[in-house]
Design a protein around this ligand. Structure first.
Ligand code: CP
Length: 318
């Protein structure tokens, strides 16, 4: 099957069968990362511009690795090294990038909805690599891949998303994806960091981590996004850590096979105990590994590839 849109703006626009197609295609591409020659020709001759207006380590490098593994021609541009700093508008900047005929523009931007503006002027496919506190669709897809690998399913899982929900695009994308796929999602944090109306996306709300984590299959911890907090949402980070951090004692309440996730970057000792982050129940680095395969899948499918052809595209079985 093919994706219905040529852009990936958010999980909100994806149907469950498209989510399954991306995850299945990602599983086909995951094997490429274990080869001596980590390259397939699926996007040879295609050009990808990675335009990051906000900082990133994982998403940016992961897209670049994915593009290179698909043999695309890639280049990166950051806000600080662009003419945005001279006052050029976002739309003028993108019009100029478009004039060089890229096939994809992968963008991270602090303004929610910035990508939708781009789709009005772009011939290329636009991929959202994070827009403010709105959506981070490829993060939710790589999280889903990680959960599905561990449990063999998404349906019926209890996933607790713990922390700063208010400023988190990761939470919004994950809540939408997981509820579409039949998981139960509990958004847990202090009342000041749970946005009004989050239930409309399908999440239950809890202000009590000990109760929320009871029988959870997955505890996904979110970073305290201090750079987005202009006023004090919590009395102190020490107080926050005492009441809301994921600790070994709190994790005891989850199911014995429960996994610990975090999209990164982490504030160790604030929202998560450092030992848990590095411990046997942590799949945090698996999330990063899966990010490459998921981004390969998204690029391949948006370029018109079909899930059924993904194995052939990897050259496996020849
Ligand atoms: N998870 C995530 O988006 O990390 P980066 O900000 O480092 O890309």
């Amino acid at each position: 099957m093919k994706l219905r849109s040529r852009h990936l703006l958010g999980i909100a626009e994806l149907e469950p069968d498209e989510i399954v197609a991306i995850l299945d295609t990602a599983e086909s591409f995951a094997e490429v990362g274990g080869r001596e020659i980590k390259k397939v020709p699926a996007l040879r001759g295609r050009t990808v511009i990675n335009f990051f207006v906000e900082p990133s380590t994982r998403t940016r490098t992961s897209f670049e690795v994915a593009e290179k593994r698909l043999s695309a021609d890639t280049l990166g541009i950051t806000a600080a090294a662009s003419s945005l700093v001279k006052g050029e508008t976002l739309l003028d900047t993108v019009r100029n990038l478009e004039a060089m005929s890229p096939d994809f523009i992968v963008m991270r931007h602090p303004e929610p909805g910035a990508h939708e503006l781009l789709t009005r002027i772009c011939r290329s496919s636009v991929i959202n690599a994070g827009d403010g506190g709105h959506e981070h669709p490829t993060q939710a897809l790589l999280d889903a891949m990680t959960m599905r690998q561990r449990f063999g399913r998404l349906s019926g899982l209890k996933v607790v998303i713990l922390g700063d929900i208010k400023h988190s695009r990761v939470a919004r994308s994950n809540i939408q994806l997981l509820t579409k796929m039949g998981s139960t999602v509990v958004a847990c944090g202090p009342p000041t960091l749970i946005p009004v109306g989050i239930e409309k996306l399908g999440a239950k709300v809890s202000y009590h981590p000990d109760a929320a984590i009871e029988d959870a299959d997955v505890v996904m911890v979110l970073r305290m996004q201090l750079e987005r907090m202009k006023t004090g949402y919590v009395p102190s980070l020490r107080e926050y850590a005492r009441l809301y951090a994921l600790t070994p004692e709190r994790l005891e309440r989850a199911r014995p096979e429960a996994i610990v996730m975090h999209p990164g970057p982490m504030n160790r000792g604030v929202e998560i105990d450092g030992g848990l982050a590095d411990g046997p129940r942590s799949v945090i680095l698996d999330q990063v590994t899966n990010g490459v395969a998921v981004r390969m899948a998204v690029l391949y499918l948006l370029a018109g590839g079909e899930r059924e052809d993904a194995v052939a595209a990897t050259g496996a079985g020849r």
